[in-house]
Write a protein that binds this ligand. Sequence first.
Ligand SMILES: [Zn+2]
Length: 516
Amino acid sequence: MNKILKTVTRQICALWILTVLFLVLSYECTAEAKSEKEIKIAVATFSHETCTFCPDSTTIEDWEYYGPPTRDILRSNRGYIGGFKTMCEEYGGIELVGMTSPRDARGGSSGSWNTREVFEKYTNLILEDLKKLGPFDGVFLALHGAMAARDIPKPEAELVRRIRKVVGNIPIIVTLDLHANEDHELSDAADAVFIVKRYPHYDTTLQGERAARVMINTIRGKYKPTMVTRKPGVITPSVFQGTGVSPAMDIMERARRWECRIPGVYVSVAFGFAYADVPDVGATVMVVTNNDQKLADEIADDISDYIWQMRKEFAGKILPKTKEGVALAIEAVRQGKTPVVIADHSDRTGGSTYILEELIKQGAKNFCIATLRDEKAIEKIESEAKVGDQISINLGGYSDKYAGNPVKANGKVEFLSETGRDKIAVIGFGENNHVILTPQLMQVTDTTIFRPVGIDFKTLDIVVLKSRVHFRRGYHETGIAGAIFEVDAPGWGPADLSTLPYKNIPKDTFPIYRKE
Ligand SMILES: [Zn+2]
């Protein structure tokens, strides 16, 4: 009897313990679920680098050349949005909602002022979706920072201000390109800004990931972004901004050092885009800390002072002009340093022929222009010839005042096709010279363009690229080029900024107004 009683008591005890354990566990689970509630973040992009000195306005037609605005912006795992998405997936419990956003504008940064309609149309599409698809816990914006729009002095700041009016007091976090022209208006409107630290821009995905981490921790109350902005008052031509060389490299290293020393600190530097005549032109330092204003000020001052200190090295280099640059390239060929790459960095619209003309004049052979923008020549080839035919044709030199003169070639149609989004044609002439024609500026950043059009890059003596620094990823860092010359031919994007007719930039900007 006693034994039975003992067994029953033991069973009751066990049941009681199990019940208590169950209750405790279920409470813990509910508590966990409450603090880790589903987070909903709106994602949008509206990105343009505007060369205001370039001739043609950027219109809605340019923005919709590759298709209408789309909400389908969350596909890729790369780039600012891809990085943001990947990090959100790692955290889990986060819903991302794409806002209707414009695609890339035709011609990229060879386009001049965006019309006011462009800014209003795409801003309104984003605002409408925010209203329709919300409420949200945060907004992530992948912007560029060098957009210029008629009647809107600082478009990115204005976009964020309008978004703020709709969404209220939730985190708005922005990523920017290294060529951004921004100031305190953006940091006043947004909660945190992250800018790529590398040019070529390898770290877009990384900055998207960092933006996501700060976004999630801010929403969960674990981080309180405190941001400050400094303008050192320095503008530099893009061609000097490659972060593989000093002083651009040293500035970014200094920013990274702060980030490594102090957890939760994010130090962003935009070198700016000199070819936009806008009031917030030039370098910008943006520092984000976790609720530490004093630290943010200290770091921002340090980086800003350092950029000022480095200003002459950074902005004041002198590049060879066309004749001298082409002569240097031909000499390098003589020394066997092939393929020699010429960066025609100042041609921002893609149709200039100064270097092509000079190569012919100085008797260069076995060269390739990759690429020359000439829609008319492509049309003529399409209507009059087929691959293998001889043709007499004018190449480039007409699109705008810095395009030089058309170059007459009696040559052979070596290639004609639509590849990807645009048409492409190749004319061969002289002693194994080629001009690859595209309907708009193309920055050829690696060598993949050559093989499909029948050109063996490695056997060329000289290759001319319409690029400033991005070409370095495929030609310099791979070690594939025997020598590289940046040549300062006439163009919309000169290395000597004092030749540009600025009207809107601050009067204390180095090297335009302040010489010392
Ligand atoms: Zn850029």
